[in-house]
Design a protein around this ligand. Structure first.
Ligand code: GLC
Length: 750
């Protein structure tokens, strides 16, 4: 009898434990049991998934999501930034280093006009994200270049939404090919840094739909990013992180986004409003957000459906991550190989702005007088969360020497000493010099005249740095400093008197004034902030090893105030002016220029610029064939053949603009609707490029009807080497089409 009871007990105990095990097995998150897990979660567990947590797995990472061990839900790791992974390069307790590659910044990538190149760069970048144990790269930054003074423009692409959107989509595809995620940011209208946490961007629906949202729409539809980061600012009176119309109606219902939305690194008091609006994840995450959400669930101010909707999306995100999949990251990405990718990308993107009498390319063996503190203290990337902790940023002295040039050693030593003094000052002061106000050392005319005799050519490197948290200024930033102007004048006078040439290299993070001094010099090369290997790319272009093929992704105006947005940008107003309690361009910014941003304004109104959108020179020349434009069932297909008519191999970007039929809405005289870049064409070689434009892409936004509308009529199709250098045209008839959308974005007048 006893034996029987014992056996029954044993069986019962076994049954219980195997049941428990079974339960345990079903209670572990898998890709195919999200609903089951959701139903098994407690309220506390659900809320904890919506609020970022702390972590130490990857020192230097920006943030984490929380782990729920009971259910096999791992924490995941989120880290910056657009020019490369940003994590701490050194860690306690190990000699191993964790440097990352500093790739070309976004403005330079956009200057390539080559989505395939961008995808190649971010395929390498995404490998570092994976191998250093990060799940989501908080990039690409992609707010429009509304104004040259925005401090974070280097992290962004362009003044044009099509170019910006196509670049961002390619960026996302490359990163996510590695099985890690991206976060397109900052959604939306974060186009200035001044008072970025509270500034209310007041924008018409047409400017929003056609410009400030259009690039995100393209990135979402063609890149399919895992996540979106809402911005800090308000949009038409409401924080974007709390704007249901933006985060749910437009982003999800209209554009089909199926990932998660996270806040930027600061949650407003209205945590519950953010969650209800469709902001799934609150970063960096504090206890107060958990408390607020728990209270809201208990009071019913956030419904079970809303809570489950956000948690479900978090679970669907988590099951995609390398951490969930248990990926064994190596902490040893191939940085050498990635440096090669970074250098090649810079070579393909740098812009040649001026090349009088074929000053460039140089022979490569010249004696070079290399001027400018930036020739030593070279800006690979900008500042803030967009920075990358690289092992080394190659400077112009190193690059020019390695390329075979002979530097004027006295002059080189002078700048190295200036830089060493600057570094010693920083060390003694215990704080970094604010390089936005770094002064250029002056050199006497006597010395310059001697250098003009001793050397074959002068190369002057001018630098500008900026970044997150502050916008740029006009004086001594957008405009040259008096010392820079004097230096250029003296160098120009002395070298031209000696029958020598002057080349300027613009190592800048944003547009500067060029019209007043460009006539002083013979050539201007624009590498922007080209990443850790960018100086090598500059040197290779100067010596003709690489034929430049980059083109401007924005306009260089003659004067700052020529930009339509400048009257409504922080710099223009003294911060204290304006109505009591409300400071224009600080507490709020009226996007009064509407759609008239960049070339849309300059080209339509025939306002002269220093360098137009889409402009860039080559060491060779190209001819364009007669284009063919054929209407198809949805829009048109354009083909054009480009031939290299010069003496060296090169690549050409063909820009396709469209002029819509007159009548109806007031429209820009032409808008970029497609572009394509040839492969490297040998002299005499041709390539036929094909570009497709849909009827939807031809539409303008009609606020009255809350609809995209493609008017019936004859459209002029312009093929250009820049927005103002149109080589040939064609026409195409379109039928009227319209697409209604929700009127949920508020109005600037509210
Ligand atoms: C910053 C930036 C954002 C960055 C985040 C995490 O405030 O606005 O671009 O990804 O915080 O560092």
């Amino acid at each position: 009898m006893k034996k029987t009871c014992f056996t029954i007990l044993l069986c019962f105990a076994w049954g219980l434990s195997s049941y428990a095990q079974t339960i345990q097995q079903t209670l572990t998150l898998r890709e195919d049991n999200v609903e089951e897990i959701l139903n098994a979660m407690t309220i506390e567990e659900k809320v904890s998934l919506l609020v970022g947590g702390l972590g130490s797995l990857v020192p230097g990472a920006a943030g984490y999501t929380r782990e729920i061990e009971r259910l096999g839900i791992p924490m995941t790791v989120l880290a910056d930034g657009p020019a490369g992974l940003r994590i701490q390069p050194k860690r306690e307790g190990t000699d191993q280093t964790f440097y990352c590659t500093g790739f070309p910044t976004s403005t330079l990538l956009a200057s390539s006009w080559d989505p395939e190149l961008v995808e190649t760069v971010t395929t390498a970048m995404g490998n570092e994200v994976l191998e250093y144990g990060v799940d989501v790269l908080l990039a690409p930054g992609m707010n429009l270049h509304r104004n040259p003074l925005c401090g974070r423009n280097f992290e962004y692409y362009s003044e044009d939404p099509l170019l910006s959107g196509k670049m961002a989509a390619a960026y996302v595809r490359g990163i996510q090919k590695n099985g890690v995620g991206t976060s397109v940011k900052h959604f939306a209208a974060n186009n200035q840094e001044t008072n970025r946490l509270e500034n209310d961007a007041r924008i018409s629906n047409r400017a929003l739909r056609e410009l400030y949202l259009k690039n995100f729409e393209i990135a979402i539809k063609e890149g399919k990013p895992w996540t979106v980061m809402s911005s800090y600012n308000k949009l038409n009176g409401e924080y974007t992180q709390q704007k249901h119309g933006l985060l749910t109606t437009v982003l999800r219902d209209e554009w089909g986004f199926d990932g998660i939305v996270m806040t930027d690194w600061g949650v407003k008091d209205g945590t519950v409003k953010s969650a209800k609006a469709g902001n799934d994840l609150m970063e960096p995450g504090r206890q107060v957000e958990i408390d607020r959400l728990l209270a809201a669930v208990n009071e019913g101010t956030i419904s079970q459906e809303e809570l489950d909707r956000n948690v479900r999306r978090m679970l669907q995100y988590i099951v995609k991550t390398p951490h969930f999949k248990g990926y064994k990251f190596s902490n040893k990405p191939d940085l050498k190989a990635h440096a090669v990718v970074a250098r090649k990308a810079a070579e393909e993107s740098i812009i040649l702005l001026r090349n009088e009498c074929n000053t460039l390319p140089l022979k490569g063996s010249e004696k070079v007088a290399l001027y400018g503190l930036t020739s030593v203290d070279f800006f690979g990337i900008g500042t803030g969360s967009g920075e990358v902790n690289t092992k080394h940023i190659v400077n112009m002295q190193e690059a020019m020497t390695e390329a075979g040039f002979t530097l004027d050693e006295n002059l080189a030593e002078f700048y190295r000493t200036c830089y060493a003094t600057q570094s010693a000052t920083e060390k003694m002061e215990g704080s970094a010099i604010d390089k936005r106000h770094r002064s250029e050392p002056l050199i006497s005319v006597k010395a310059i005249e001697r250098q003009a005799k001793d050397n074959d050519v002068a190369v002057v490197v001018l630098g500008r740095i900026a970044g997150e948290g502050a916008d740029r200024a006009v004086k001594d930033d957008f405009e040259l400093t008096s010392i820079e102007r004097e230096l250029l004048q003296n160098i120009s006078m002395s070298y031209h008197k000696a029958g020598k040439k002057v080349v300027v290299v613009l190592n800048i993070v944003g547009v500067i004034e060029t019209a007043s001094w460009k006539h002083l010099v013979d050539a201007i090369v624009l590498p922007w902030a080209p990443g850790q290997e960018g100086a090598h790319a500059v040197a290779d272009i100067l010596k003709g090893k690489v034929n430049p093929s980059g083109k401007l992704p924005m306009t260089f105006p003659i004067n700052y105030m020529d930009m339509p947005s400048s009257k409504n940008f922080p710099y223009y107003w003294d911060m204290t002016k304006g109505r009591k309690g409300e400071r224009p361009n600080v507490d709020y910014t009226d996007y009064a220029e509407g759609i008239w941003v960049g070339y849309r304004y300059f080209q339509t109104n025939n306002v002269e610029v220093s360098y137009p959108f889409g402009y860039g020179l080559s060491y060779t020349t190209f001819s364009y064939s007669k284009p063919k434009v054929k209407a198809d069932k949805d829009g048109f297909v354009a083909t054009i053949t480009v031939t290299n008519t010069g003496k060296v191999a090169g690549r050409e970007v063909v820009e396709l603009y469209v002029a819509t039929p007159s009548g109806g809405l007031e429209k820009p005289s032409r808008e970029l609707k497609a572009f394509a870049k040839t492969k490297l064409l040998a002299p005499g070689e041709s390539e036929t490029l094909t570009m497709k434009v849909s009827a939807y892409e031809l539409a303008s936004f009609n606020e009255e009807h809350s609809a995209w509308e493609t008017a019936a009529g004859t459209y002029e199709v312009l093929f250009g080497s820049s927005v103002s250098d149109i080589r040939c045209t064609a026409t195409c008839k379109m039928k009227a089409r319209s697409w209604e959308v929700h009127d949920v974005l508020g109005n600037p007048k509210e």
